[in-house]
Design a binder for this molecule. Structure first.
Ligand code: NDP
Ligand code: 8X3
Length: 253
């Protein structure tokens, strides 16, 4: 039995849930977190027969809760080898000038503050694990490439990229690797959340093309985490073959 532990934020859906399944397949012990407890319980019920699973209901925006979850990890789950900072969301697909400021704050609080909360809390254990440990941050193509309606979401993912690079500088002698995985369009609950529950909009976005799947990204996360310890992938940008960049926009008379 592989005794390595992966700690996943946002394990209740999409990439996070698929990542839990992928690491379970390889025998890793799982720490699964997210706000929806019933989904965590369901994951524990399905994966707990295969590998040790510890679940913790957690809103990553709340640092005290993050610290409590980390402090209360059972002994068998304390030596974390891989942190997957996946919890995140986009809101307000409309232009910046039409958005609700609260939505901007929610994205900043989750995608930036939440990610740094969890990273800071787990750094000591990751450093203790040392060689072969990794922090895998889920960024986005939106962190590199601008597009209308991306405003704070894309900016929050640009933070994820630069934070990942900067962490690498500080962790170079610890053995802890850091990667920014930047997916493009992938079919998960992402668009349902972004549109505040508009299933038709979500279906319309994905149904006439071939998006990435959650499992595609989970496979890349697993690949990065299980590379030999002397290899660090700094950034991995992944798009579906049927997605690429658009041209410059020009305002005309
Ligand atoms: P989903 O909506 O399917 O999953 C998002 C996950 O994040 C859920 O498990 C949700 O759990 C969790 N989450 C959201 N807010 C919080 C919070 N405050 N505290 C803890 N957990 C939270 O979307 P994806 O799987 O697609 O998204 C995962 C990551 O991938 C995000 O960071 C997203 O920005 C990024 N991404 C997605 C792309 C896509 O096209 N799908 C492309 C590029 C990046 P719960 O609600 O239970 O808390
Ligand atoms: C989500 C991918 O293309 O909607 O991060 O920005 S995209």
């Amino acid at each position: 039995m592989n005794s390595k532990v992966v700690f996943i934020t946002g394990a209740t859906s999409g990439f996070g849930r698929a990542t839990a399944h992928r690491f379970a397949e390889a025998g890793w012990s799982l720490v699964l977190t997210g706000r929806r407890s019933e989904r965590l319980e369901a994951l524990k019920a399905s994966l707990g027969a295969k590998v040790p699973v510890h679940i913790a209901t957690l809103d990553v925006r709340k640092n005290e809760a993050v610290l409590e979850v980390v402090a209360n990890l059972p002994d068998a789950f304390r030596e974390v080898t891989c942190l997957v900072n996946n919890a995140g969301l986009a809101l307000a697909p409309e232009p910046a000038q039409k958005t609700d400021l609260n939505d901007w704050h929610t994205m900043i609080d989750t995608n930036i503050t939440g990610l740094v909360n969890v990273t800071h809390a787990l750094l000591p254990t990751l450093i203790e694990t040392g060689k072969g440990a990794s922090i895998i941050n889920i960024g986005s193509v939106a962190g590199q490439w601008p597009y209308p309606g991306s405003h704070v979401y894309g900016a929050s993912k640009a933070f994820v990229q630069q934070f990942s690079y900067n962490l690498r500088c500080d962790l170079i002698a610890t053995g802890v690797r850091v990667t920014d995985i930047a997916p493009g369009m992938a079919e998960t609950e992402f668009t349902l959340v972004r549109t505040k529950g508009n299933q038709a909009a979500s279906d319309a976005l994905y149904s006439t093309t071939t998006p990435l799947s959650a499992e595609d990204i989970a496979e890349q996360i697993f690949y990065v985490a299980t590379l030999p310890a002397h290899i660090n992938i700094n950034r991995l940008e992944i798009m579906p073959s049927r997605q690429a960049w658009a041209g410059f926009a020009v305002d005309r008379d």
